[in-house]
Design a protein around this ligand. Structure first.
Ligand SMILES: [Zn+2]
Length: 354
């Protein structure tokens, strides 16, 4: 038996990208791991940016008849009319639990890179009185230089291509715009990777609701793993130097970080080869190791349950979502089944977690 998990950040891909990941396999991994619900990200090949597209995607999950609940975050584009329709879709479909904005390029084409567009998107959400969760990928493109990546020095991904400054600067922009327009929802900084953003959120006393989540890989793996594993350890934002990793761990311990989200993102082995390898780590298969690491380091069980389930669920409940989701006290984990499933993830890093 183990703790129930709600993973708010999962790239389930499927459809044209079924070679990378499928909804069926995601649900199977989740069920074996004791995950009660996952929320999929919208940067699929055909992005999830309309009600119809989200429902078409949710229907794939329905066919699995899994006990694991499946949700989506609708993607935002720079088009104000699309943003309005996204708010409407979020109001109509209970399983669209949040929205996702890529404030800089990551995987796929869903990006709102220009600062005027960024402000306009937040202003539109404010005008529409969107009071749900806006999951934000904060990396500012003017601070990034993906082209510098070279397989002969993979650590450059964290030091030069996607430095901490990219997240810090993007966070400052977006939080500032949200404040300017009186954004009524919760701005959730996904996969936070800098002590700077965590502390800004923690110390913030303004009107906007701010939140952040850390991934198991940013928590337990430093950018030494880029040297050790090459592109297998390449993700956005990048793994950070040991001092930053330790800083994130400390902030998880002292309560400045209150959510763990996996950002599970699998790719094919071929996608990780060459001079422009894909970014993403399939860390959703490593939840038992993540929990094990927290337990071994002495974290109280009530705190673990809050970090991996209650806090992420409550984040969405503040926007009147997930109200009927039941959180069991304990869940069954099937490690044999999970080990078997992991054989289909050659990029699995679970043995390094903890
Ligand atoms: Zn992600």
């Amino acid at each position: 038996m183990s703790y129930p998990i709600f993973d708010l950040h999962w790239h389930a891909r499927d459809e044209e990208q079924s070679a990378k990941e499928t909804i069926a396999r995601s649900l199977a991994v989740a069920e074996a791991s004791g995950i009660i619900g996952i929320a999929a990200m919208p940067n699929t090949k055909r992005p999830l940016i309309s009600l119809e597209r989200c429902q078409e995607y949710l229907a794939i999950a329905d066919r699995e008849k899994s006990p694991v609940k499946f949700y989506v975050h609708i993607g935002l584009t720079p088009d104000p009319e699309q943003v309005k329709r996204a708010v409407d879709a979020w109001r109509r479909e209970p399983r669209i639990i949040g929205m996702k904005a890529y404030w800089g390029k990551s995987t796929g084409d869903l990006t709102i890179r220009n600062e005027d567009q960024q402000r306009k998107v937040l202003e539109t959400l404010s005008e529409e009185y969107y009071d749900g969760v806006l999951i934000s990928h904060c990396e500012k493109e003017s601070c990034m230089n993906d082209k510098l990546y070279t397989s002969s020095d993979p650590r450059i991904w964290s030091r030069r291509c996607r430095p901490e400054a990219a997240e810090m600067s993007s966070f400052d922009d977006i939080a500032g715009f949200a404040e300017d327009v009186f954004f009524p929802g919760t701005l959730h900084i996904a996969h936070v990777s800098t002590a700077y953003a965590v502390d800004k959120i923690h110390n913030y006393r303004g009107k906007v609701k701010l939140s952040c989540g850390v991934t198991p890989h940013h928590l337990f793996l430093s950018d030494d793993y880029l040297d050790r594993l090459g592109a297998q350890a390449k993700c956005n934002p990048a793994l950070r130097e040991e001092a930053t990793r330790k800083g994130l761990e400390k902030r998880l311990w002292d309560g400045r970080i209150n959510i763990i989200e996996s950002d599970h993102a699998n790719h094919c082995v071929e996608d990780k080869q060459g001079e422009e390898p894909a970014s993403g780590i399939p860390v959703g298969v490593a939840w038992p190791e993540t929990l094990g690491a927290l337990i071994r380091r002495g974290m109280p069980s009530a705190r673990i349950k809050a970090l991996v389930c209650e806090n992420p669920v409550n984040l969405f409940r503040s926007g009147d979502k997930l109200l009927d989701l039941e959180i069991p006290d304990r869940v069954r984990v099937n490690m044999d089944k999970l080990r078997l499933l992991r054989e289909s993830y050659p990029l699995d890093v679970s043995k390094y977690i903890g």
